[in-house]
Design a protein around this ligand. Structure first.
Ligand code: TPP
Length: 279
């Protein structure tokens, strides 16, 4: 079994990191009247555990040859990606103040010219194909590096996801781990109503993947799973992370409107208060 090899001094308090990610995202989307706060909050805990506990990465050397690769395929949640990377030291926190600014570095969808971002994403459905190629390349190069891909559930409507899943299963890429942010909402509808994914775990299994279902807000459960990869030797692994869209702020949780809506001044203040009080 490969365990996470992050040096202990590289580990952080993931609850604190997740809180900082959510607070930064709130301030970013409020300032620019941007969208996707709900999408950012459902994956904030996954990002905190990945970047705070598990990944073999060095923010000071973001291009190190044998770093783990991460592709956040749900690139519309870029604010959470940028907030995570800034809080882990990939670039200064001040950059977050310029999110979506004309001519700025931090675009509204995840952009690969930002330190720590491997692939520009936002056109849903591409991240797993690229991640699968990264995993195959690591095997060919006999590198120990791992590849992690974060998908959204609505994104799994894309046929390209299943082509890549078929390929990774066929090649037994156990250096590849997918985390699905299974928040059960896609834009303005429920996944179960728009295009049913269930039995979701069985679909992945039938493509040759090892599957683990986990509460995507339970840091201990996420860490335990991510610290004992691969899920199964000789198979790619997928974590179906059961999450709540808008998690962490009472009036945003499981509310479709927060896919696009931006908080006003009052809502921002209340949301920040709630996150602070949840300590
Ligand atoms: C190929 C493609 N089609 C449509 C969109 C527009 N779009 C942005 S987010 C989204 C759906 C969001 O739902 P989900 O994928 O479940 O992500 P969540 O925000 O709930 O995590 C869509 C259709 C897109 N970004 N890419």
């Amino acid at each position: 079994m490969n365990s996470c090899a992050s040096p202990s001094d590289n580990r952080v308090d993931t609850a604190d990191l997740a809180r900082r990610i959510r607070k930064d995202v709130l301030r970013m989307v409020h300032r620019t009247r941007a969208s996707h706060v709900g999408s950012c909050f459902s994956m904030a805990d996954m990002m905190a555990v990945l970047y705070g506990r598990c990944l073999r990465i060095d923010p000071l050397h973001p291009d190190a040859a044998d770093r783990d690769r991460v592709v956040v395929s749900k690139g519309h949640a870029a604010a959470a990606v940028y907030a995570t990377l800034a809080n882990r030291g990939f670039f200064p926190l001040e950059w977050l103040d310029h999110y979506t600014e004309n001519g700025g570095l931090l675009a509204g969808h995840a952009s690969h010219n930002v330190p720590g971002i491997e692939l520009s994403t936002g056109s849903l459905g591409h991240g797993l194909s690229v991640g699968t190629g990264m995993a195959l390349a690591a095997r060919v190069q006999q590198s120990e590096r791992r590849t992690f891909v974060v998908l959204s559930d609505g994104e799994c409507d894309e046929g390209s996801i299943w082509e890549a899943a078929l390929f990774a299963g066929h090649h037994g890429l156990d250096n590849l781990t997918v985390l699905v942010d299974y928040n059960k909402i896609q834009s303005f509808g429920r996944v179960a109503d728009i295009l049913r994914l269930e039995p979701f775990a069985d679909k992945w299994r039938s493509f040759g993947w090892a599957v683990r279902e986990v509460d995507g807000h339970d840091h201990a459960a996420l860490a335990e799973t991510l610290e004992s990869l691969p899920l199964s030797a000789g198979q790619p692994g997928v974590l179906l992370c059961h999450t709540v869209k808008g998690k962490g702020v009472s009036f945003m949780e499981d509310q479709m409107v927060w896919h696009y809506k931006s908080p006003n001044d009052e809502q921002l203040a209340q949301a920040l208060r709630e996150l602070e009080n949840a300590r």
